[in-house]
Design a protein around this ligand. Structure first.
Ligand code: FES
Length: 133
């Protein structure tokens, strides 16, 4: 029979191992994107709100690439043409300081991210980990 301290130590070690594995996976995903040619060169991340959640994405990149930065697998394997033809990447957004009455549609594969953008609606084809997936 394990003592109470032993059980706590075991839970802590298990939690630490899970967290370490998650961080390794996160590092791998991040390095895949930062070491690849997927993203256009950037120096900093900018704030964007997506469906009420604040996220940070690379500046000077098209929004669909930013979505890929946030959710590598779902966007990489999603049904997107990446060239403005399918409309599967459509979003609705307004800019910093505006309200939802200013929402306008755009194709995320065609528009560059802007600091403070507020994205209020995503096409049914856009699935972002931790946001709408
Ligand atoms: S991905 Fe097809 S129009 Fe944007």
């Amino acid at each position: 029979m394990r003592s109470r301290e032993g059980k706590i130590r075991c839970y802590f070690q298990t939690g630490t191992a899970i967290l370490r594995g998650f961080m390794n996976e996160l590092d791998t995903t991040t390095s895949i994107l930062t070491d690849s040619d997927l993203l256009d060169p950037y120096e900093k991340l900018v704030h964007v709100e997506i469906l009420g959640q604040q996220v940070m994405v690379p500046e000077k990149n098209r929004l669909l690439r930013c979505f890929q930065y946030l959710s590598l697998n779902s966007i990489s394997y999603g049904d997107f043409c990446w060239n403005g033809e399918c409309t599967n990447c459509q979003i609705w957004y307004h800019e910093k300081g505006q309200t939802g009455t200013n929402d306008k549609p755009t194709l995320s594969c065609r528009v560059e991210v802007v600091e403070g953008m507020v994205i209020t609606k995503l096409s049914q084809f856009i699935h972002l980990d931790g946001i709408n997936k």
